[in-house]
Design a protein around this ligand. Structure first.
Ligand SMILES: *Cc1c(COP(=O)(O)O)cnc(C)c1O
Length: 725
């Protein structure tokens, strides 16, 4: 369908097609406004998918727009701006990268969250990857990305009247998405092949343009493949361990081969989490020949590989039995004349027993010379966790550093907040994470800030009512109460994240009488949202507890659970909350990023000092005496166990600090001291916890040194194939 998009539109609208095809609209407001103006209802109905929007546009409406001078002027303005943007002149890298013109980074990840119409993400890891690409594009970094195209994406969540989660899978048609099929010189779909058991597996390659960054998505749903192989890229994190291994072979081995076929061989490979670690093995295979065997090639790739680990929870790492691995990759290793034992040893601690499983994280740690965790605390935890791989080294010298995560501000800052920043910080707030510029936030008038915050809360309440009504109607339940659910003027506390058990969504419910008492004051309301992985029964039980509590008639107007948390709902929640609640069991939260999105929107964080908050709290709070939120710190001796102590600390903060501060208003009803704290949090946190700062750090600390090392050992040459974008 997308191929004839341009033919369907009247000539004056042709400029819409390149705009629709480049995902830059997902963070460029004027382009989104343009699509919305075409047909607001259809824009919403397509989940903000401009390709479907244009494909479904009625000929009458198209003719009307083609004759609408003001629309065409707006179109030309947006299109001209996009051309300037894509030319990359004046970007950060165009200024800073002169010494390393041949740098080419390939960023591998099993998930990417760019926008809601491309549902190939399950949560934080994907959001981070998507934001990484957007900032790399804005900064002009020569980077390409590799992932998988999942036809059924991640699931859509429905919750029944008992609070139970049901997973619904919706198949998306790639031709209806802003994706292009990569083709070979003869115009045929480009096909990548790779080993799979006793046969060859074929994959085609979709390209999504994320501004200046191409994202290549491999897809095995091709007629050349057996039915079971066509289903390899069906769902994100679906299926059993064998399915997982097959997906990881496609991502790593297929991904590297796709880059080679496209003429995009990188000088630096960045593995975002262990899922893609086979990419480093395939890179070694590509270097073999001329007397260079697998062992030597594997040693030589290490300098050009960067690995970011995200998981302090042992169960979060992929382990495969040697038998399963040999069945799938035995032939591949044999073809390389590689010794199977050596290959196996790269993914195992010491092979002390024959069945010791093969760990993708260990493989990545061994094949990457530069390794990092995603917050200061997570760096420490990772060094402790993996120190057994470096016997004899003191823990603090284990070679795993940290680069703290960030968020892509233009994606996550709401429209009214963005206008406020443009007025008081200047338009460049989007492109610069210059802490000096952000000092100007200290002069944002509190009245204007309050106006934006109230608007965001109102929009959140409207969205919640719409979603609750839809849910009640689907369940055949009384929906009348949803019209007055939540109060747009009440202190709004949001807990929205994956329902992994360590995130302890039920901590508030552990003291029901305290919670009921808080709710009975009528001064505070709670909004919950989040999915649990279909195989995570304890996580689903937590959803049921929270969702069932939310449906109780006595407080369903002030404690709600919203279905189907995704990036679209996340944007609404971070713009409308007053308090962002996070209560992980320390130190299980590697970083967390939703609180950063919230902070940039003027929301105050109320969080356990874990992940990013552990450092944000200490760095920005201790000496300045200018609090940026609240830190939930258990008081020794209070509480039966660690969970109970944290719950006690949480309730004390809510009762004694959070609620009273919000209640402290001036004659106009404005909580002045609250807003001062908001302003201070924005000024101190927004420039630091941004992916612009983060990507620059990756470039300086990881990519450039890795690139130079690759050149030095002849793994890459300065005439590295192809341009980056
Ligand atoms: C930002 C975001 C996340 C990550 O949130 P955490 O703070 O890491 O829990 C997960 N899911 C969605 C949809 C998001 O937008």
């Amino acid at each position: 369908m997308s191929h004839d998009l341009a033919d369907r539109l009247p000539a004056p609208l042709a400029g819409l097609v390149p705009l629709a095809r480049n995902l830059r609209w997902s963070w460029h407001r004027p382009a989104r406004d343009l699509f919305e103006r075409i047909d607001p209802a259809l824009w919403r109905a397509t989940r903000h998918n401009p390709v479907r929007l244009l494909a479904r546009l009625s000929p009458e409406r198209a003719a009307e727009l083609a004759a609408d001078g003001s629309f065409l002027r707006e179109l030309e303005e947006v299109a001209a701006e996009q051309r300037r943007y894509l030319a990359a002149e004046g970007s950060w890298w165009s200024r800073e990268g002169a010494a390393d013109p041949a740098l080419r980074v390939a960023y591998f990840s099993a998930e990417f969250a760019i926008t809601e119409c491309l549902p190939i993400s399950s949560g934080g890891l994907g959001v981070l990857a998507g934001d990484h690409l957007k900032s790399a594009s804005d900064l002009g970094i020569p980077l390409v990305a590799v992932g998988l195209f999942y036809h059924e994406g991640y699931f859509t969540q429905e919750v029944d009247a008992e609070g139970r989660q049901h997973d619904v899978y919706v198949r998306v048609e790639p031709s209806e998405l802003p994706l292009m099929l990569e083709r070979d010189a003869a115009g045929e779909p480009l096909v990548v092949t790779m080993p799979m058991l006793d046969r060859r597996l074929h994959a085609q390659v979709w390209r999504a343009d994320v501004g200046r960054v191409p994202l290549y998505l491999l897809d095995t749903d091709m007629p050349q493949n057996l039915p079971e192989d066509r289903a390899i890229t069906n769902r994100l994190y679906g299926g059993d361990i064998e399915h997982r291994l097959r997906q990881e072979i496609v991502l790593g081995i297929g991904g590297m081969r796709a880059l080679e076929a496209l003429g995009k061989t990188p000088t630096v490979v960045h593995l975002n989490e262990g899922h893609a670690a086979f990419a480093a093995v395939e890179r070694a295979r590509q270097l073999m020949g001329d007397g260079v065997g697998f062992r030597e090639a594997a040693e030589r790739v290490v300098g050009g590989v960067v690995f970011t680990t995200h998981t302090p929870v042992p169960a979060g790492h992929d382990y495969f039995s040697p038998q399963l691995l040999e069945r799938h990759l035995g032939g591949y290793v044999w073809e390389m004349h590689g010794a199977w034992d050596h290959f196996l040893s790269l993914g195992r601690r010491d092979g002390a027993w024959p069945d010791e499983p093969f760990c993708m994280t260990i493989l990545a740690l061994r094949l990457a010379a530069r390794r990092n965790g995603v917050s200061r605390l997570h760096g420490e935890v990772s060094r402790e966790m993996w120190r057994h791989l470096w016997p004899g080294l003191p823990t603090e010298e284990v070679p795993i550093g940290h680069i703290t995560n960030g968020v892509h501000l233009p994606t996550w800052v709401s429209r009214p907040m963005a206008s406020l920043y443009a007025r008081h910080l200047g338009d460049a707030w989007r492109d610069e994470t210059d802490e000096v510029r952000w000092q100007r936030a200290a002069h944002i008038p509190l009245e204007e800030l309050w106006e934006v915050r109230r608007y965001g809360r109102r929009r959140l309440v409207e969205e919640a009512r719409t979603r609750l009504r839809r849910q009640m109607e689907r369940l055949g339940e009384d929906a009348s109460w949803t019209d007055t659910a939540l109060d747009p003027d009440r202190l709004t506390i949001v807990f929205a994240r994956r329902f992994a058990t360590y995130k302890r969504a039920v901590l508030l419910l552990s003291r029901p009488e305290r919670l009921e008492r808080l709710l009975a004051t009528g001064k505070v309301q709670f909004v919950f949202a989040g999915k649990a992985h279909p195989k995570d029964q304890p996580g689903q039980d937590m959803i049921q507890q929270v969702a069932a509590f939310a449906l109780r008639p006595e407080h369903r107007d002030r404690f709600v659970f919203l279905e189907d948390y995704d990036v679209e709902l996340a944007r609404r929640l971070v713009a409308g909350a007053d308090v962002w609640l996070n209560v992980p069991r320390r130190p299980h939260e590697a970083s967390g990023t939703s609180g950063m999105k919230a902070a940039a929107n003027g929301v105050l964080n109320l969080s356990i000092p874990d992940g990013w908050w552990a450092e944000a709290w200490t760095d920005h709070n201790a000496c300045a005496n200018e609090p940026v939120g609240w830190c939930i710190q258990a008081i020794p001796g209070l509480g039966a166990d660690a969970d109970d102590a944290d719950a006690e600390a949480l309730f004390r903060l809510l009762e004694n600090e959070v609620l009273p501060l919000f209640e402290e208003v001036n004659e106009e009803g404005m909580p002045v001291r609250w807003l001062e704290r908001v302003r201070s949090a924005i000024r101190q946190l927004a420039p630091v916890y941004s992916t612009h700062r983060m990507v620059r750090e990756y470039v300086e600390v990881m990519y450039v040194p890795a690139h130079r090392e690759s050149l030095a050992v002849g793994v890459a040459t300065t005439r590295a194939a192809g341009g980056a974008s």
